[in-house]
Design a protein around this ligand. Structure first.
Ligand code: FAD
Length: 486
């Protein structure tokens, strides 16, 4: 049996383990944390349960595919629902709207609440589907570093449509053109944050994202987001994958340009194939530090980070849904702070994710588990303690203004995650959530490939390599990488 080693049990590392095990490899995973899942883990405190990282789930078939590959019926191991309301949006002037999963209902709601012609919404979502149809096969499902990606009939068809795919405009620029109302522009600009980018700089190509949420759907795993990694971890165990926890890989052993194994806990473990799921920037700084550094790729600007307060709230708010957004009064200034001033705007957009709305046992009776998050710059050694203290006050004040409440006395549990702890817990460079940002039109080409062009038998998966961050793309990175080994 060929043996493979995987460094890191993030979602992509686990997916790679499953794919290699199905192929007949003997697989060992080394994970520095005492638990699997990386950013997709959970926190439990005093009767409250929180999904620690991702909260929005799209493209569930990427998870199901792994069960199918292993010959199992997905719904027997991992179950989820499609959301009727993708998100509940609030503004300070008292306006609010529900983004219904049904496109027509959503379009009507935006017309009623914001005065945006519903046809503009339908048109924008058709255009989003068009971008997806032409770019997903190239940029999401294939390596960008192999010639056959670029020389095939599908690629040629897409070249002919390039002008219509938003490559030459920014997301905000395109949204200003397709919508009449500033609030609709703001709502659609928010999709840039789904991969940690700035809507005022990122190309309009990222208008591909609303297609995922509306035309395909937003979903919620019945047992919470954490069940995505838990169920896949169990599947990997079932397939005979061996996991080692508290096992921090210190070096990838390379001789004569061949990866031979890893050094972990002072021991050398050899294998025919090495797959790295650790963030690439930190991997080159540590476990690959003796190897040639792809400096240009490593120097790319990183995506934004997050500040999260996990709050146990001893009250229920009937106006809140699973996903809630309390919008900033000045979106442009907010992103200016995140990406150009390395600071936090005093009026941030507040995202509140409440899984107890769907999964009652995530909070005690009459209470709610609030995952309260704002987007913040990645870690550049700012004075985080001061910034976090200030932000906490501003977030609470904003929630109080919009929900007309006094939230502070209702907080009975508080845990905090911020850029420094995101990096220390998952080794993500600068605490960025999604690897490199997509703030320029070449970003896709400036992500690390899924293989090493210098070292044989060394492959890569995860949010810091092609095709990028976020659960579906991380899962696709494992797929692209495994297909390459063929
Ligand atoms: P990671 O989760 O980054 O895990 C890498 C693993 O490697 C870690 O477990 C780490 O301990 C391990 N490791 C590192 N170095 C070593 C070493 N030397 N030896 C052994 N092990 C090592 N995505 C979405 O799709 N939807 C969302 O709503 C969403 N929201 C997010 C919110 C937050 C707060 C965060 C943090 C992320 C969010 N994301 C979201 C992004 C998503 O979580 C990531 O893109 C994805 O989980 C990254 O998976 P990964 O496989 O790259 O590995």
């Amino acid at each position: 049996n060929q043996k493979s080693i995987i460094i890191g049990a993030g979602i992509a590392g686990i997916a790679a383990a499953i794919r290699l095990a199905v192929k007949g490899y003997q697989v060992e995973v080394f994970e520095s944390n005492p638990y699997p899942g990386g950013k997709l883990s959970e926190i439990t405190r005093k009767g409250y349960r929180f999904d620690a990282g991702p909260s929005l789930f799209t493209l569930p078939e990427q998870v199901e595919e792994l069960f199918l590959l292993a010959g199992k019926i997905p719904s027997e191991h991992f179950d989820y629902i499609k959301l009727d309301v993708a998100c509940h949006y609030f503004w300070e002037d008292g306006k609010s709207l529900k983004a219904y999963g049904d496109v027509n209902a959503f379009a009507e709601e935006v017309e009623t609440k914001l005065g945006e012609p519903s046809e503009n919404i339908r048109k924008a979502l058709r255009s989003s589907a068009y971008i997806y149809e032409h770019l997903a096969p190239l940029f999401m499902h294939r390596s960008l570093h192999q010639w056959n990606t670029w020389v095939n009939p599908q690629a040629l068809r897409s070249y002919l449509k390039m002008g219509k795919l938003g490559i030459f405009d920014t997301m905000n620029g395109a949204n200003q053109k397709q919508f009449r109302q500033e609030k609709t522009v703001q709502l659609f600009n928010r999709y840039a944050t789904y991969n940690g980018s700035n809507p005022y700089e990122t190309p309009a190509t990222l208008n591909i994202i609303p297609h995922l949420e509306f035309n395909i759907g937003a979903f919620f795993p019945k047992k919470g987001m954490h069940d995505i990694t838990q169920s896949l971890y169990k599947l990997a165990l079932d397939l005979g994958v061996k996991f080692h926890f508290n096992a921090k890989v210190e070096e990838i052993l390379v001789e004569k340009k061949q990866a031979l194994g890893v050094k972990v806990n002072q021991q050398e473990v050899l294998a025919n194939l090495i797959v790295n799921n650790m963030d690439m920037v930190n991997a080159y700084k540590t476990i690959l530090k003796k190897q040639k550094q792809p400096q240009k790729l490593l120097d790319q600007a990183k995506s934004s980070s997050a500040l999260i307060f996990y709050w146990g709230i001893k009250k229920e708010f009937s106006e809140l849904d699973l996903h809630n957004i309390l919008f900033s009064n000045n979106y442009k200034e907010e992103f200016e702070h995140i990406f150009n001033k390395s600071s936090i705007y005093h009026d941030p957009t507040v995202y509140i994710n409440i899984t107890s709305v769907y999964k009652e046992d995530d909070a005690p009776k009459g209470c709610m588990n609030w995952f309260t998050m704002i987007n913040v710059p990645n870690n550049q050694d700012q004075d985080w303690d001061t910034l976090i203290q200030e932000a906490r006050k501003n977030i609470i004040a904003k929630i109080n203004r919009i929900l007309k409440t006094d939230i502070e006395p209702l907080i009975e549990v508080e845990e905090i995650l911020e850029p420094r702890t995101i990096e220390s817990k998952t080794s993500s460079a600068n605490g960025a959530l999604y690897g490199n940002s997509s703030n320029n039109r070449y970003a896709a080409f400036l992500r690390h490939a899924n293989y090493s062009s210098e070292i044989e038998n060394l492959y890569f998966c995860g949010g810091s390599v092609h095709p990028g961050g976020g659960i579906p793309l991380c899962l696709l990175s494992a797929k692209i990488m495994t297909e390459m080994i063929d």
